[in-house]
Design a protein around this ligand. Sequence first.
Ligand code: PLP
Length: 431
Amino acid sequence: MAVRKVTRSAKLFERAQKVMPGGVSSPVRAFKAVGGEPRFMKSGKGAYIKDEDGRTYLDYVMSWGPLIHGHAPKGLLAALGRAAKHGTSFGAPTRLEIELAEAVRELVPSMELVRFTSSGTEAAMSVLRVARAATGRDAVIKFAGCYHGHADGFLVDAGSGAATLGVPTSPGVPKAAAALTLTARYNDLASVESVAELAKDGVAAVLVEPIAGNMGLVPPEPGFLEGLRALCDRSGALLVFDEVISGFRASRGGAQHLLGVRPDLTCLGKIIGGGLPVGAYGGREDLMRRVAPDGPVYQAGTLSGNPLAMTAGLWALSQLSDKLYAKLERLGGLLAEGLSDAAHRAGTDVSINRVGSLLTVFFLDRPVMNYDDAKASDTAAYGRFFQAMLAEGIYLPPSQFEAWFLSGAHATRDVDDTIRAARKAFEAAAT
Ligand code: PLP
């Protein structure tokens, strides 16, 4: 009888669970949604990562988005090495923050003033504080299936109804905090209108991922974001784009540039930190001047504007080019087409959403336009597909409800390998 070798990853997972909840620092990493043991990663280079057992994988997670230039690019390592020699943190202003804020404003002109944080969660919590202070209103509208980090007011779902009052989705979120978050249906302007009516004292902000990436990838339908802009203009609510994923990825100027809708406020994260922990928020100057110390809206951070993180962000933004986006578009197109063809050959129904270098394969026979659609996907089939791809050395997001990320380090031959592996994996998913 064959004896299954206990891997180093398995041993590490056992050890990790003794000292950390679920053995991880962020839940999705534990593979609960797809089964099996998580792979403990040791190194990454370009589009590839290597685990503690020495197995190599083609990576489509790319740290969930920041690594648009691939793992450990030489230029970034050199810049970080130089910066670290000058010190790793000062808790005082540095030139690097100005340079990064200027670079952000040049690429995303609606961000007239920028404040750096250490994560996307902080950026999203803080931007809402500004919106509430500026409007004098408490209620905010978000969309079912959109994720804005784990602050209390964001852990709210609509259930399956089109538009309901906020109910907490995690124990520990006070009902009072959740009640201020009204949830509408993505790509459904009528649902936004009807939840807005529930806010007796008006809505402070409509917070949206302009290209949704956290229910799997769901692009906005034509007219959806324009409709939100018009609704905000009519009601005095502020339009806030959470571009933590789409920022610098959908285009150099993010989704707002690609889709031509200007928000009042924007949150950024991921790429702006080049793989180090950073977030940022910003927007109209009259709103952002309310932030301390210019104004009374308090928000701060010991490591905010950290020199190593600023250096990584500056390097990442300096490498964005038309050539890069053309390559990402070409590879994304090839990948989506190849996956669709592979699924068809295997007789598996899939619905593939893609915008540039972001895509999701839903195991469903109809288009996915909102969270209700996404939840109808066959997640067990995704789990089998995931495991079959992993066995072929392709590392996909360990959940149906996440986007795949391509990077400039991926090559045509990587996409070809992925499609070849997918032919087998779709058959495995069907059984
Ligand atoms: N907003 C969006 C759209 C995100 O995708 C995420 C994280 O994935 C966040 C906010 C939270 O960012 P962070 O994980 O850096 O706190």
